[in-house]
Design a protein. Structure first.
Length: 119
């Protein structure tokens, strides 16, 4: 083999740039906006819930353990973790519930209604 053959490296073809897929015709931009509202309210609710529940759990554990003679550090650490977990769950659930109001409003306006049943 020659030195030129060892140095040859074929160039890989560059892939064409990928555009985001277009929205289907049956899914208008308003539908995407409403889903983003629900997602945003769930995330904001989870953040608010975590910020509220963690101090509450820490306070409860501190009140329970303060005169027992045990170390506060591990108990407070567990309380912080449980408070964050509970706050994320409860706040996210509450945020989703609040955001579902806009989803319900959108569906009521844009989805076809069922025909009346014959009597």
């Amino acid at each position: 083999m020659t030195a030129a053959a060892l140095e040859y490296q074929p160039e890989a073809p560059t892939p064409p740039p990928v555009d985001p897929p277009p929205l289907p015709e049956d899914r208008p931009l308003e539908d995407v906006r409403v889903e983003r509202v629900v997602l945003r309210t769930a995330i904001v609710g989870a953040a608010i819930g975590a910020a509220i529940c963690a101090p509450v759990y820490v306070l409860l554990v501190w009140l329970a353990v303060r005169n027992s003679g045990t170390a506060l550090g591990p108990a407070i650490g567990i309380a912080i973790g449980l408070g964050l977990y509970a706050g994320l769950f409860l706040g996210g659930s509450t945020g989703t519930l609040i955001g579902s109001r806009s989803l319900e409003h959108y569906e009521h306006e844009h989805l076809p209604t069922a025909p009346a049943r014959p009597r």
